[in-house]
Design a protein around this ligand. Sequence first.
Ligand SMILES: Cc1ncc(COP(=O)(O)O)c(C=O)c1O
Length: 369
Amino acid sequence: MKVNQFSPWVGTEEYQAIADCFESNWITEGPKSKEFSAKLLDLIGAKYGVFAPNGTLALYLGLRAMDIGLGDQVIVPDITFIASGTSVHMAGATPVFVEVNRENFQIDLSHADHLVNEKTKAIMPVHIYGTIADMDSVTQFAQKHNLMVIEDAAAALGVHYKGKHAATFGDIGTFSFFADKTITTGEGGFVVTNNQEMHQKLLYLRNQGRVDRGSFIHPEMGYNFRMTDIQAAIGLVQLDKLPRIIARKEEIKQYYLERLGKIEEISFLTPGQGAEWIPFRVAILANNAQAIRDFMKDKGVEPRTLFYPLHKQPCFAYLKETNPQNMKSDNFPNSIYAYENGISLPSFPALTEEQIDYVCSVLEAYYGK
Ligand SMILES: Cc1ncc(COP(=O)(O)O)c(C=O)c1O
C-alpha cells in the first residue's frame, strides 16, 4: 500500500465553484473574495482582514503594517517553518531565535528576557502542528517589554486558546491556504487585525498604494499582493467543509493516539492548558526516528521530519556574524530534540481507514508488535 504524507481534499464542488467564476467572468479579486473574507472574519472573530498570495507574504505584509523594517529585531521560535524567519528578513529586520517548550514545541518565553534590547520590536508566536502557543505568557511578555505581537497562525485555522481564535491575540495574525493547510485555495494567505491603522496600511501595501482599483494616483508606496476570485471560490467551498475537515482530523488523531499509544517507545505532543489541538499533522516522538522513517518509506508510507531548527538553517548562517550568542545550539535543546526525534504522520482528511490502519501496522511492525 502507498500512503502519501499529504493529499489535498478537493473535488467536484471546488471544480464547479471555479466554473462559476468563468461563467460570471469575474476572475480577479471581486465578489467571491469579499464573501470569503467576510466569512473568515466571522469564523476567526477579527475586525479586519486582507488576502495575500500566500502565508509567507501575509507575514511580510503584517510585519510591514507594524512598521517593522531595517535595524529592527523580531523574536521568532526556533522550531517553525522557514517562512516565519525569512519574512522578517524580507521586511529588512533581523530574526532572533528563542527556544520552544518540550511538550508541544510552541514558543517558550520563560527564559527570554535577555533577548530583548532597544532594537526588539515584536514577538512572533507560531502556532505549530495544529495546536497553539500559551498566549497568556506571550501577552505578558509583550506587555512587560512593550513589544508588538504578530501571530503566525498559518496552520491554525479553527484553533482556539481559552476560547479565543488563533491570530486574534496580538496586533496582527496571519494564515496560509497552501494545499496542506486546514483549508486550501491552492496558494493563498490572509492577514487579520483589530487595529484600524494597521488595516489601512495593509490596504495600501497590498494594492499598489491605493485603496480603490482603477485609479492611477497612488498616495502611498504599495505593491501587488492580491489574490483571485478563482482561489476565493475554492476557499468558500473549503470553508463549508471545515466542520467535516476538523471532525475527520480529530478521528484520525484519536485513532493514532489509541493504537500507537500502546507502543511505549512512542510519545505524542501534549497541548498546553487551554490550547486546542486540530492536528496539522499528528507528530510522534521516538528514539531512532531516522531508522523509523526509513522503515516507513520502505513500506510505502511517506514520512516527514518535524521542522529543522532555524538557528541551524544554512540560509541564516549570516546571523552568526552579528549575533553569535543567539546562534549556539546550547540554547535550543528542545528544538533539537524535536527535529531529531519527531516524525510527522499522514493526517489529511482524505486518508482512508485502510491507510490509517496500515500506517499503524507499519509502526507496530517496526517495534515487532
Ligand atoms: C508555520 C508556517 N508559517 C508560514 C508558512 C508559509 O505559508 P505559505 O506556504 O502559504 O507561504 C507555513 C507553510 O507551511 C507554515 O507552516
